[in-house]
Each structure stands twice: as C-alpha cells, then as structure tokens.
Design a protein around this ligand. Structure first.
Ligand SMILES: *[C@@H]1O[C@H](CO)[C@@H](O)[C@H](O)[C@H]1NC(C)=O
Length: 232
C-alpha cells in the first residue's frame, strides 16, 4: 500500500514537474506549451454546482451542458481541467463500473455527443519508468484522483469501458491520430455511440475541444478548506 502511494506520489510530482513553465519540450508539452494547472478559487469552490441527482460517494458532479453559461462551451482537456480545478473539482475520474454507468446514463439523458474525463496517458517527462511501458497499455491514470488504471490487457478486475472499435475499426486505445498527424492520443474521452459502439471510452488527442464533467477533488477541497474553511 505504501509502495503504491509512493508510486502515485511520484507520478503526481512527475505531472506537476512536466507541466511547469519552461519544461523541456516533448509531445505533451508541444500541445500544452506554457500552460499550467491553476489553484482553486475559494468563492468558486463554495458556490460550485451539483448536477448529480444523487450525492455520489460524497462528491458533487458538474455537467458543462447543464449549466447555462457553459452549455454551448467546448474546451480542450487542460482548459476543461482548469475550469473544474477553479471550483475545487477536476475532470471526472471513472474508477468503477457504477461510476461508468452514471456517466453513460447522463450522456444519454442529455443527448451529449462526448465528454472529457481526467483519463491521461503518461507520455511526458518522468514517464520513462519501466512499469509504465508500453504507455498505451500500462501508462494510463486518472489525473483527477491521481490513481493508476489497470493495464488495458489486464486479465483480472475491471479494465474500464474502452470501446472495441474506433475510426480505424480497431479496439481502443489505438493512438490513431499519432499515425496520421503526430498528435499523441493521450487523453480519454467518453463518446456517445460515435462508432455505433455504445457509450464508450476512446483515446483522443488532448487538444480537441469537448464538453466536460467535473467531479469534486478531495485534494483540492482539503487544500481550500484548510485555508479558507466554510466550503461544503
Ligand atoms: C499485455 O501487453 C504487454 C505488452 O504487449 C505484454 O507484455 C503482456 O504480456 C500482456 N499481458 C497480458 C495479460 O496479455
């Protein structure tokens, strides 16, 4: 358990380090040059909205399409993350089939074509650890909750809700765009029956723009509560 936490901490530090200004350029940095994660804003945290009909695992969820000012907005992965983070949230992390079903139900109900999740492939500086290779199989994690995902070919436990198909008819993740224009498909979106495949996960280049779902971040809420108190 301790080892696992240390591994996650190392990953988190690697993410922060890779996203600092002036980091050495690589594929991820080229897509996000000079852009950083922002800190939460106490007022925005206090006034954050819960669109989930039921209170799930003590977390609020925000659907960009259900909120007037953002209902027509689509953002790239990092911008969407930062909008969430301002509100002590992050993009949704889908750790269980139950949470996957919750997302599926809401995309269907809202007739939403696709959304960003916090799912991310470790493809930046600090990701050269052997246990993360090959990254398309072993490099996936939820940036919102700092948890690693099981290997996509793992034979036990829940492997997630990856689509069996995509633009080139092969199972996801396929990093298809990388072969076409060099953009690494390093972020996970949930697509609503885009390829006649149901509501499923696809690896997508992080610079695409999409609606998004935010989920409360325990880390950011603890950070904001410790400094400003009085945040639900
Ligand atoms: C998963 O894929 C990796 C890389 O191709 C391979 O080394 C490993 O044996 C695979 N694991 C399973 C359970 O198939």
């Amino acid at each position: 358990m301790l080892l696992r936490h240390l591994a996650l901490l190392a990953l988190l530090v690697a993410v922060a380090w890779a996203q600092r200004p002036g980091a050495r350029p690589n594929q991820a940095q080229n897509q996000e040059s000079g852009r950083e994660l922002i800190r939460p804003d106490p007022e925005a945290c206090k006034n954050r909205i819960n669109h989930a009909a039921t209170f799930r695992n003590g977390h609020y969820y925000f659907f960009s399409w259900s909120h007037g000012p953002t209902s027509q907005h689509e953002r790239d992965w990092l911008d969407a993350r930062n909008i969430c983070r301002k509100h002590c949230q992050d993009l949704v992390s889908i750790e269980t089939q139950d949470e996957a079903n919750f997302v599926i139900d809401n995309l269907r109900t809202g007739n939403v074509k696709y959304i960003w999740t916090s799912g991310r492939k470790c493809n930046f500086e600090g990701c050269d650890r052997p246990d993360l290779q090959p990254s398309i199989i072993n490099g996936w994690f939820w940036a919102g909750s700092n948890t690693r995902m099981p290997a996509i070919n793992s034979t036990h436990g829940w492997r997630g809700d990856w689509s069996h198909t995509g633009g080139s008819g092969t199972p996801q993740p396929d990093n298809r765009e990388f072969g076409e224009n060099g953009n690494d498909e390093a972020c996970i979106a949930v697509l609503n029956n885009f390829y006649g495949d149901g509501v499923k996960w696809h690896d997508i280049s992080c610079n695409h723009v999409k609606p998004w779902i935010c989920e409360d971040s325990d880390d950011l809420l603890n950070f904001a509560r410790a400094r400003f108190g009085n945040i639900p």
